[in-house]
Write a protein that binds this ligand. Structure first.
Ligand code: PLP
Length: 417
């Protein structure tokens, strides 16, 4: 990590306390621009999947880079509207009727442009007659860094199975809907261009076969992974962009159609921009040959290691040149699974990690915490979520404050704020 970045993270911990999430705006903008630049296809609309990180400062930054939004809940749609998003795709799954109706109502307004991405035949039938909509198609290809994040293929709960396209089309015709967009999202954390290529071929084959006469947009979803381990390589973005542009341009040329290409990455723009800074408070040597470093955070703030066995790189910002030793970095949650050092071995179990000597009070930094970090945090054990801070132009700006313990207690007592 650059010395200036490490210095900013230490400053954030001193100013806002620990634990604290810090997002580097320059990294977010770099990822947005490099993805846009990697895809030479001229008619494109990139959406940001808000679920990866819904902090207002992060979303505003990405909107500023020219992205629209992919939203999975009415809360995300309302946030996007408040932040001035021009285009919102509402990609729901198993939502309550009241939420679906609220989204349909918003889709009728001129601004922002909200499209409903129908996840089932039932929701296609629920739309008011003569709606313009997207359909989410589930083909045979799925992928991802863990079984829980594979969203395509026969075992997936998402989308309308591709075999049911004739029903979808006749339903749409009966309701006089215009299917203006087709959508597919196969999973998350994929760095294999060939996997995307297979999925792209599937979606294009569906469009080739069923035509979708009102089609304007083809959305290939999100899923672009990032390296988490220092030994991992990023996906070859240029190769991805060239493949996508090549396949899509050829398809449009052959079909004689002028379609807009869409993607909706969540992890890619934000993962590497985020850091969770925590403080070591306990160094425990056990008679069984293990050394635990206890820190003032846990899976209530970053659940990925416990939930998926995910690796998050850890550095010691207070003692970067210390002599390395193996440590288990453990959180303060009352569960034995609350160990951050995972993903080092084959089985994603808790494992010791070589870190520069950790002393009581040292600041440890969990890297790549910008995606699916804070958004998956909870108040488990009655501990507030951390504050979130944006590092912008060398300045640290509070982007969301933390609740106080007093607020949590009042909420638990049913007395609100
Ligand atoms: C429909 C949809 N689109 C986009 C994304 C973003 O995926 P990623 O963060 O892997 O880019 C997700 C994440 O699961 C999703 O469900």
């Amino acid at each position: 990590m650059q010395a200036t970045k490490a210095h900013a993270l230490i400053q954030a911990a001193e100013r806002f306390g620990t634990p604290v999430y810090v997002y580097d705006q320059a990294t977010i903008l770099d990822r947005c621009r490099s993805l846009l630049a990697a895809i030479p296809y001229p008619r494109k609309k990139l959406l940001y999947a808000v679920k990866a990180n819904s902090n207002q400062a992060v979303v505003k930054t990405i909107l500023g880079a020219g992205f629209g939004l992919d939203c999975v809940s009415i809360g995300e749609v309302l946030l996007g509207r408040t932040l001035g998003a021009g285009t919102i795709l509402y990609t729901h799954n198993n939502v309550a009727d009241a939420e679906f109706s609220a989204a349909v109502k918003m889709a009728r307004a001129a601004k922002p442009r909200v499209w409903i991405n129908c996840d089932s035949l039932q929701r296609l039938a629920d739309l008011p007659r003569r709606s313009a909509c997207f359909v989410r198609i589930n083909g045979p290809v799925g992928g991802g860094h863990h079984d829980h994040v594979i969203t395509g293929g026969p075992d997936s709960k998402f989308g309308i199975p591709w075999e049911q396209m004739p029903e979808a089309l006749s339903l749409a015709a009966a309701r006089q809907h215009r299917i203006i967009g087709v959508h597919q999202h196969i999973g998350s954390g994929i760095r294999d261009v060939a996997k995307f290529e297979r999925a792209i071929e599937v979606l294009l084959s569906v469009v080739r076969r069923y035509r979708f006469p009102d089609l304007e947009y083809v959305n290939f979803g999100g899923g672009i992974g990032v390296p988490y381990r220092p030994t991992e390589q990023p996906m070859d973005l240029r190769a991805f962009g060239a493949m996508l542009t090549g396949r899509f341009s050829e398809f449009c040329r052959e079909a004689g159609r002028d379609l807009t290409l869409m993607l909706e990455p969540g992890r890619f723009p934000v993962a590497e921009a985020g850091y969770l800074v925590v403080r070591a408070n306990t160094i425990k040597e056990t008679p069984y040959g293990k050394t635990y470093v206890g820190v003032d955070s846990g899976f209530n703030h970053l659940v990925r290691p416990t939930m998926y066995g995910s690796y998050h790189h850890i550095t010691n910002a207070s003692n970067p040149r210390g002599k390395t030793r193996p440590y288990y970095v453990a959180g303060y949650i009352c569960e034995s699974g609350d160990i951050f050092t995972r993903g080092d071995g084959d089985e994603n179990r808790a494992a010791p990690r070589e870190l520069p000597e950790v002393r009581r009070g040292d600041l440890l930094v969990l890297h790549n915490a910008g995606a699916y970090g804070y958004v998956m945090a909870s108040e488990y054990n009655m501990r507030p979520r951390p504050p979130e801070v944006l590092l912008s132009g060398g300045k640290l700006v509070l982007a969301r404050r933390a609740k106080t313990v007093g607020e949590l207690v009042r909420e638990a007592l049913g007395s609100g704020r």
